[in-house]
Design a protein around this ligand. Structure first.
Ligand code: AMP
Ligand code: MN
Ligand code: MN
Length: 325
């Protein structure tokens, strides 16, 4: 399934007609959703709009360099009304978290997204399940709006595209990534500096948490499946935040011979958050969907109620069944 519901011109028209605009990112915000929001903020300000940025979650420290991202807030009852609510990189309404309340307080709604599992839930939609990052679609939207690139926009677009493509390494990486990159390089993009921040630097609690995750790594089905779990106590022991667990699942997946990996972790609010990964041609978005989650074929997620051991056991069983299926 590749969700495809492209109407970027209609979204550009909606933007031109709106004055107050709320741009919303998804919960557990990543480089792509925050970069989309930061880029749209710059573009909308230049068009003379009143822009508010919302996310039901904390901006990771690592991404605090994004221009204007400190304006990102969790929505409250006092926010709104808005002429337009625009969600970016949000795969389904549940991923809006508290931002979902803004839909009823907005005259119009639109979304720009690239998740194949997107149920196309807004009034106007630019959903391209084949795009490697939502920031690629934002680049096209800027063209439609007549907004010229500058260094800050280049920083945003690079961040979204590089993080969603695993630094231009995933199978989703395509010619459009490099076409946009070659444009961005014309605007004094600080590539080496950003590359270090995004892909090399690690906060010390993150390194300690990596040790915990690797210490508890277990293999199943002759190593074809790798499983890691992290408790709230593990996070406390390391002084780590939720965001510090974000890429740890890859250590399981990167084992030679491993085809699928999962990281299950306890959230502060008691729910269990799963990160599922697979190497092509194996897929995990179908497994995620079976448990109410979603995502991309080789990178998907689930949020579940229950205990760490019980929920992880159920998802592991689904993985084993799929492998032997
Ligand atoms: P993560 O493992 O958190 O990096 O998420 C991997 C991918 O799955 C991302 O592209 C998310 O958009 C998607 N995803 C993560 N958690 C969920 C969820 N609870 N429901 C739907 N999609 C999710
Ligand atoms: Mn995202
Ligand atoms: Mn994305």
């Amino acid at each position: 399934m590749k969700a495809m519901s492209r109407n970027p011109e209609a979204i550009a028209r909606m933007i031109r007609q709106a004055q107050t605009i709320a741009v919303c990112s998804h919960v557990n915000p990543d480089g792509d959703t925050l970069s989309c929001a930061a880029a749209m903020r710059i573009a909308l300000l230049r068009l003379g709009k009143d822009v508010s940025l919302f996310c039901d979650g904390k901006v990771p420290d690592q991404l605090s360099f994004l221009p204007g991202i400190s304006e990102m807030r969790v929505p409250s009852e006092n926010d709104g009304p808005f002429d337009l609510m625009l969600s970016v990189d949000v795969s389904d309404p549940k991923r809006l978290g508290a931002c979902a309340d803004l839909i009823a307080r907005s005259s119009h709604t639109a979304q720009i997204d690239h998740h194949p599992t997107n149920p196309v839930f807004m009034e106007e939609n630019d959903v391209d399940g084949t795009a490697p990052a939502a920031c690629i679609l934002i680049r096209e939207q800027l063209k439609l709006l007549g907004v010229e690139l500058d260094r800050d926009l280049a920083i945003c677009l690079y961040t979204g595209i590089s993080t969603d493509t695993g630094n231009f390494a995933f199978a989703s990486t395509n010619a459009a990534c490099f076409r946009v990159m070659s444009e961005l390089m014309e605007y004094d993009l600080p590539l080496a500096k950003l590359n270090r921040i995004l892909f090399r630097d690690r906060a010390m609690p993150q390194v300690l948490l990596m040790g915990k995750a690797l210490g508890g790594l277990r293999y199943y089905e002759d190593g074809k499946i790798a499983v890691m779990t992290l408790t709230q106590q593990d996070f406390r022991d390391c002084g780590a935040l939720a965001e510090h667990a974000d890429t740890l699942v890859n250590f399981g997946l990167d084992t030679v011979g491993t085809r699928m990996a999962l990281l299950a972790r306890e959230d502060e609010n008691g729910t269990i958050k799963f990160s599922l990964r697979a190497k092509e041609p194996d897929t995990v978005s179908d497994i995620a969907q079976a448990f109410g989650g979603g995502g991309h074929p080789q990178a998907a997620g689930i949020t579940m109620d229950g205990t760490l051991g019980e929920t992880a056991g159920r998802v592991l069983e689904a993985m084993i069944n799929k492998l032997n299926g």
